[in-house]
Design a protein around this ligand. Sequence first.
Ligand code: NI
Ligand code: MN
Length: 228
Amino acid sequence: MSIKITWLSHAGFSLDIDGVKVLVDPFLIGNPLAPLSPGDLEADYILITHGHGDHVGDSVKIARRTGATVIANNEIGKWFRNQGVHNVEGLNTGGSVATDFGRVKLTIAFHSSELPDGTYGGQPNGIIVSTKDGRKLYFAGDTSLFMDMKLIGEEGITMALLPIGDYFTMGPDDALRAVELIQPEVVMPIHYNTFDVIAQDPSAWAQKVHNMTSATVVVLDPGGSYEL
Ligand code: NI
Ligand code: MN
């Protein structure tokens, strides 16, 4: 089973899991680092961690064009239906749903969540993407460090995608502690350098993680890909 992970910058990803196209938090319009336009992206599924504009991004437009199934929490699911997006799975924290590539589960995240028009977005989430061959990708979403990352790690995380930007989420030091709790095989820093307030040096973070943990660190440029 092949998993190709393309970073759309910020918290956005385009995954190709054995030909199934999965977007996570696609935010391109208004994103100074975006390597692509929304029209460039294909999608069978669109996964949304929480309601903020830098995560919902261009997903309404992409879902309308592609007919992709949006997977998010109940409140965000309702909001998508109100935008005319009809293929929606509105889960809640701890719940999961079967997909063509495996399963998607929502985890806790410590943050806030309001949709771009001010609608309440429910509790923010992290997302675990499980493939049929048993590999797991943990998209932490926007979050602080929290102790239950250890529980998430006990599932056996193949790759963790962790924010390091600080200001809106955990910063580099807490993200390093997150790697120690989760113990993923591979880790990638996200949610940095998009805006001045979240400027960080991913290479310096990668060196620290390399020195302190056994995880393989992947640092991509926007538009870059990694194959698992
Ligand atoms: Ni946010
Ligand atoms: Mn964010």
